[in-house]
Design a protein around this ligand. Structure first.
Ligand code: CA
Length: 226
């Protein structure tokens, strides 16, 4: 479900678009003038903004210009037919796309999907790689490197390091780590985790002279970001 903001002064259009977007499973807020719309856009946490160009209060171009100084949320402009200038200046001002009124709702939905996907793809990519100091873990490649140099890890060592890096600055108990690394059906002593931590320390901490994995006595382990 995406959270969308629709800034459109023509209430009939706004209501129709809102109904369709809600029907598609989105959460929709509406603003009927530019000034209120800009305030909502800046203070809310939206996945995408639909912005009409001709608006009372503050026109859409100005809303977009001011909004872009603060945030990079995708914006699709709603422009009047044949308003070529609007399209050009809208894209120049940082709109992701535009759609000409009157539009078919299917086309708008398709453009929204594209804009959300583009943006989602970018953030997903960013989260596929974790790093703490000079230690980098690539989730896609299942690789760990220190200063760009690959470190050979077994599967369980990798999973252990992954859990700690993903939860950096949070202490993870041995039980929790064991469930993550060995699976919930694993029957054995939690000190197996101590063994893997020792292996990791030999391969990373000792070799690269860093203090990556810290012991929290009586609790478990933590990787701190510092
Ligand atoms: Ca309008």
């Amino acid at each position: 479900m995406s959270k969308l903001l629709l800034i459109e002064d023509e209430e009939k259009i706004a209501r129709f678009v809102e109904l369709e977007l809600v029907h598609e499973g989105n959460d929709v807020d509406k603003a009927f003038d530019g000034r209120v719309g800009l305030e909502m856009a800046l203070s809310g946490n939206y996945d995408l903004i639909l912005l009409d160009v001709m608006l009372p209060g503050l026109n859409g171009m100005e809303v977009l210009r001011r909004f872009r100084q603060e945030k990079d949320t995708p914006v699709i402009m709603l422009t009047a037919r044949d308003a070529v200038m609007d399209k050009v200046s809208g894209l120049d001002a940082g709109a992701d796309d535009y759609i000409t009124k009157p539009f078919a709702i299917e086309e708008l939905l398709a453009r929204i999907r594209v804009a959300l996907k583009k943006r989602g793809g970018a953030t997903e990519q960013a989260t596929h790689s974790l790093s703490v100091g000079n230690v980098k873990l690539d989730e896609d490649r299942h690789e760990v490197s220190v200063d760009g140099e690959l470190v050979e890890l077994t599967n369980r060592e990798f999973e252990l390091l992954h859990a700690l890096m993903k939860n950096k600055n949070i202490v993870l108990s041995r039980e929790k780590l064991m469930n993550t690394v060995c699976g919930y059906d694993y029957i054995g002593e939690t000190n197996i985790i101590d063994v893997y931590v020792r292996y990791l320390r030999t391969k990373i901490d000792d070799k690269y002279k860093i203090k990556l994995i810290q012991t929290v006595r009586g609790v478990g382990y933590i990787i701190k970001d510092n």
